[in-house]
Design a protein around this ligand. Structure first.
Ligand code: FAD
Length: 141
């Protein structure tokens, strides 16, 4: 059987190619096209070609990555591999966090002589922590 398919060169232009396929290949193509609800055999072959191209590209990237890591010296690999995850490193604010913070601050102001500062209150970044420390110090003066 002869199946003709078109492969996309540019979005606007298609090339026609003609292939001779064995009966087993034709049966496979027909089954796959049916299972994938493809409008035609050539549409299925187009999709198959795109899948294979993607697989080929991924295999190429994987091979290049492996080759890169294989080319590193032990020392370089140590630097590359020493990445650690800081678990629970940052406070996780919940909804209405700032409202709760304002409540804590006003309760402490009424109490007098105690103030809070740091990443748990008004921002986790260092500038926010410094501002929070300054504001706490001012509240105690
Ligand atoms: C890995 C990492 C990277 C970061 N990078 C950045 C960045 O690039 N830029 C940025 O803006 N922010 C960064 N941050 C966030 C920022 O550094 C922190 O949010 C900020 O330093 C918190 O300040 P803090 O004063 O609240 O707490 P901390 O800096 O943790 O200070 C708390 C201090 O209290 C001490 N302490 C704890 N318990 C007690 C106790 N019972 N008695 C006495 N002392 C105690 C601790 O030893 C510590 O010295 C980073 C944070 C992490 C974890």
């Amino acid at each position: 059987m002869i199946v003709s398919m078109s492969s996309r060169v540019r979005p606007t232009r298609k090339l026609r190619r003609t292939f001779t396929l064995s009966p087993q290949n034709v049966a496979y193509i027909e089954k796959q096209a049916r299972e994938r609800n493809m409008p035609s055999l050539s549409a299925f072959l187009d999709e198959l070609l795109q899948e294979k191209t993607r697989e080929q590209k991924l295999a190429e990237i994987e091979a290049n990555t492996i080759a890169y890591y294989d080319s590193l010296t032990d020392e370089e690999r140590l630097v590359q591999d020493s990445v650690a995850r800081f678990v629970n490193a940052f406070p996780q604010y919940r909804v209405h966090h700032l409202l709760r913070t304002a409540g804590v601050e006003s309760a402490l102001a009424r109490l007098g002589g105690v103030a809070v500062a740091g990443a748990a209150y008004r921002g986790v970044g260092i500038p926010a922590c410094i501002a929070s420390g300054r504001s706490a110090a001012r509240a105690l003066l």
